[in-house]
Design a protein around this ligand. Sequence first.
Ligand SMILES: NC(=O)c1ccc[n+]([C@@H]2O[C@H](COP(=O)([O-])OP(=O)(O)OC[C@H]3O[C@@H](n4cnc5c(N)ncnc54)[C@H](O)[C@@H]3O)[C@@H](O)[C@H]2O)c1
Length: 370
Amino acid sequence: MIIGVPKEIKDHETRVGLVPSGVTGLREAGHQVLIESRAGLGSSITDQEYQEAGAQLAPLAREVWARADLVVKVKEPQPAEYGFLRPGLILFTYLHLAPLPELTDRLLESGVSAVAYETIREEDGSLPLLTPMSEVAGRLAVQIGAVYLEAHNGGRGVLLGGVPGVAPGNVVILGGGVVGTNAAKVAFGMGAHVTIIDLSLNRLRQLDDIFNGQVVTLASNVWTVRETLKTADLVIGGVLIPGASAPRIVRRDMISHMKRGAVVVDVAIDQGGCLETSRPTTHTDPIYFVDGVLHYCVSNMPAAVPHTSTFALTNATFPYLLELADHGLEKACTEDPALRQGLNTYRGELTHPGVADSQGRPWKPAEALL
Ligand SMILES: NC(=O)c1ccc[n+]([C@@H]2O[C@H](COP(=O)([O-])OP(=O)(O)OC[C@H]3O[C@@H](n4cnc5c(N)ncnc54)[C@H](O)[C@@H]3O)[C@@H](O)[C@H]2O)c1
């Protein structure tokens, strides 16, 4: 197969769909790789590195899209890319189609077979291509929170680790899943006092084991959230109910009882956020204040660290990409149920029930079409 990698063109998107080690892996499996010039620069990967790994460079996106059998990307096609969609093309990328009826139309009209990273689901229910971005966002949340706690950035001037003779900062993490656990690791490593609040007692038991009892774990309820927030310096929101909007477990009145200059990083903002006061912000204009509490609610946090995010993402996507390239879409999706769940459109038919439900469209199971 010819695998094409265009440069991402979505606003502030500097990740790339394939790294040099992936180029070598595909070449060794007998495939060709065509990369748009400068596609990796945002993630600190030069054209020369791609060439040394065995890729061919193409100066224009048009050429990559036209020659490739399979295009691997990071974000969903943008309007400027719609004209490149064509029958028989395999597209492998994040799509998040549910709220995008126009893109869904384009994919169906063009006959592209699109496999979405976010709907690939393993038998144990895990979403392997979402996890790495939650790992990045969880760790980044503490780093960002620590910076905004600095007085000149609007925070209350607290050093998370404290110093001998002065207490460390209080970090309260809402949701002890992938984001929460990764946030806790960094906060604990910095010497902060860490509290994790989760609804699942089993999850709290696991966290107690992981951290050897050195973080406080609390069962989630309104009273506990309210009382814990009163002493928090940094709050990280990482609550998720899969497939649903995030539950808004921090109510408006709880914010007014928090310390002035405390910082909230609501990572769950991509699902609506877990505070009633959260609204999405951007990397260009990331923060705002409510009752003196600084809110950071950027919905694509991993884009702030594209180098790490690109490698974390491609580590997870590459095995599936190789399956698609080696076996072709039909055989790969027939043999691997996880990959099959990733198939959102197939030769003009919608194949994902979740997208169909949210847009009120008909769909056909992939099994019936492949
Ligand atoms: N902003 C960004 O850039 C960015 C990046 C990556 C992930 N995210 C988002 O972060 C959120 C968390 O992702 P994750 O991978 O950690 O999810 P996860 O499923 O691993 O963890 C969610 C946790 O929330 C807990 N929970 C559910 N209801 C709760 C409640 N009422 N009170 C307390 N805890 C509750 C669950 O028990 C679970 O442990 C998701 O919305 C994800 O999309 C955002």
